[in-house]
Design a protein around this ligand. Structure first.
Ligand SMILES: [Ca+2]
Ligand SMILES: [Zn+2]
Length: 317
């Protein structure tokens, strides 16, 4: 991490667009970034941040003081345009544009970047914001503002409210799991041992419909062309440290490109509890005769879950 104090006023790092009589000021972080790099060039060898030597930096994060956010309140000329919301240094990952930095020898490096104003006096908040933006850089979408709520004690996700660990849905979507990390309920009565999602890549998937497991894209079809329940064990460590007091089971419903909790109000599930027909987002599964019971949450950081139900008819196209 490198620190640089800018030479000019913050307003000098804006681009001005004129629309008739109206001027729109838009954050121009590129100029500030190159200026900061030039000042630090003796300390930073950009090539060492391009591990695969393809001319694109591995990652670039640019943090300006939180006070930059206040500028829009003090200077009305900086228009808080609904479609130009980046004008106010709101922390974001730039999906579209590549930043260009030129090193001392004139070599240009490209990079996507995370940038924005962070409250560096609040370490927790800074880390949480970074984890959210990193999620975007991995490819995750915001979960907030998309018609689902994640409330109650189990209602947290870095892409929703900046809390806790990425859900198993997100980890699956990012392809972080190998096939052997994913246990899939295939019918009848089956008992599964789940490891903590905080210490091992591990998830139980209960699909509403079953696809042919021999297909090479089986997991992705389960996730994105299906309605399925995702069961994860959360333990109070790693990214859940300080977020929960004791280990519990979280049950998510994955619906194509979004997930929700099966029951916002219920929170975590503990030993002896079952999902019932009154569990709001579980009815469709209950109607199919599928039931889920948390048998035991063990001190060794694992739990056992028993699923009973029907025999699936494998769907083929
Ligand atoms: Ca690279
Ligand atoms: Zn976001």
């Amino acid at each position: 991490m490198f620190t640089y104090t800018a030479e000019k006023k913050l307003t000098d790092y804006y681009k001005v667009y004129e629309f008739g009589d109206e001027k729109v000021y838009h954050m121009n972080s590129s100029v500030l970034l190159q200026e900061a790099y030039d000042a630090l060039a003796d300390k930073i060898d950009l090539s060492s941040y391009d591990s695969d030597q393809d001319g694109k930096l591995d990652a670039l994060i640019m943090i300006v003081p939180d006070s930059a956010m206040q500028l829009k309140l003090l200077n009305e000329k900086i228009v808080h345009h609904s479609d130009l919301h980046l004008a106010d240094w709101w922390p974001a990952y730039d999906v579209i544009m590549n930043e260009i930095i030129t090193d001392k020898d004139g070599t240009q490096y490209l990079s996507k970047k995370i940038s924005g104003a962070f409250d560096l006096t609040n370490q927790t908040n800074t880390n949480q914001t970074l984890i959210h933006e990193l999620g975007h850089s991995f490819g995750l979408d915001d979960v907030y503002g998309r018609g689902v709520t994640l409330s109650g004690e189990a209602g947290m996700d870095p892409m929703y409210n900046n809390h806790g660990d990425y859900t198993v849905w997100s980890k699956l979507a990012l392809n972080w799991y190998e096939q052997e990390d994913v246990q899939v309920y295939t019918g009848g009565t089956q008992t599964f041992t789940l490891k903590s999602a905080q210490t091992a890549p591990n998830v139980l998937v209960i699909p509403k419909n079953q696809f042919d497991p021999e297909r090479p894209d089986y997991l992705r079809r389960l996730m994105f062309y299906n309605d399925c329940l995702l069961v994860e064990l959360n333990t109070p460590e790693q990214n859940m440290y300080g977020q929960i007091e004791k280990s519990g089971v979280r049950v998510l419903r994955g619906l194509r490109h979004i997930f929700s909790l099966v029951d916002d109000d219920h929170g975590y599930y503990y030993a002896g509890e079952s999902l019932t027909e009154s569990t709001p987002d579980y009815k469709d599964f209950a109607e199919r005769g599928i039931s889920i019971k948390i048998d035991e949450i063990k001190d060794d950081g694992t739990c056992t879950v028993t699923v009973t139900g029907l025999e699936y008819t494998i769907e083929t196209d």
